[in-house]
Design a protein around this ligand. Structure first.
Ligand SMILES: [Mn+2]
Length: 299
């Protein structure tokens, strides 16, 4: 397990890297650069500048999040091959492992919703497989593991075809292209928002297949059918068994990159919603405590 922290870059994130490097147990950043719209090639120079800055703070930068997939790929439009080629170029430019709402997508929301009216889950799976067949060979060649983030929350929304929120969905995805470069980012809060998803069992199943590349470790509290609240990380604060989750990672996906997620704003902190310093740092110390106890008890 490598403990990491999401950081948006010095222009877009109020948390200095020096503060992150002071969180006990954090060795690296799970990098996020949401200033690049979906479909655009991330310039090599921008990625290199981001990584260099992280390295200068004494942190590793081996994971990048949220290289978002353009709508035309999901919709299977004629232009998709251009965007798949752009995605491959971003992979080549980044040389990391990888896994959105951009302003231009929000502006076109009605149009996008209309376009999706003809796409059911089977079509979406076909388009997803086409995308994977287009990008996985490049990922393999440059030594990157793609890791898909599950739907959040774990059920259909707004009539859109969502194909990544259950054990069966994840089975279908890993089978689309049988390669470690087609892996999962198991977000415990996203999958765990549906009590029907047994998150430790998911980690165990796909960990044993070698397909858990990363995990977002957070808790949620179930309040009723398709009703939940974000919670602090501790098992006692929500409905997920964080011990069982960390145990499954320890025993079945020991090399996964993990990070805390969706912290609360506490102690007067203000910043990007869900991505504060203090509460995520508390989450890390808790997750590291679980890890030490599990590791020593299972030796
Ligand atoms: Mn997540």
């Amino acid at each position: 397990m490598k403990m990491t922290f999401r950081w948006y870059g010095s222009d877009d994130d109020p948390i200095p890297l020096q503060y992150i490097s002071q969180i006990p147990g954090v060795t690296g950043i799970m990098g996020a650069m949401d200033r690049f719209p979906a479909g655009q090639v991330w310039p090599e120079a921008d990625i290199a500048a981001y990584v260099d800055e992280v390295h200068r703070a004494g942190l590793e930068c081996e994971v990048i999040e949220s290289v978002n997939v353009h709508e035309d790929i999901k919709l299977g439009r004629d232009t998709r091959d251009t965007y798949i080629a752009n995605y491959c170029r971003t992979l080549e430019n980044s040389q990391f492992s990888l896994p959105g709402w951009e302003p231009e997508r929000l502006a076109q929301l009605d149009e996008v919703m209309e376009a999706y009216s003809s796409i059911d889950v089977d079509r979406m799976r076909e388009h997803y497989a086409y995308f994977l067949r287009g990008v996985v060979p490049t990922a393999e060649r440059v030594g990157i593991r793609l890791a898909v983030h599950p739907d959040d929350p774990a059920w259909p929304l707004f009539g859109l075809p969502r194909v990544c929120h259950s054990m069966a969905d994840l089975d279908a995805i890993v089978e689309m292209v049988d390669s470690p470069a087609n892996s999962l980012c198991v977000c415990t809060g996203s999958l765990g928002s549906d009590p029907a998803n047994d998150v430790p069992a998911i980690l165990t199943r796909f960990g044993d297949k070698g397909r858990v590349a990363a995990a977002h470790c957070r808790n949620v509290r179930h309040l009723g059918h398709r009703h939940f609240q974000e919670a602090a990380h501790l098992s006692a604060d929500g409905s997920l068994d964080m011990y069982a989750i960390m145990r499954a990672i320890h025993d079945h996906a020991p090399d996964a990159y993990i990070r805390p997620d969706h912290g609360r704003m506490i102690w007067g902190e203000t910043g990007r919603p869900g991505y504060p310093l203090y509460d995520r740092a508390l989450g890390i110390t808790y997750l590291n405590g679980l890890w030490e106890a599990i590791d020593k008890a299972t030796r």
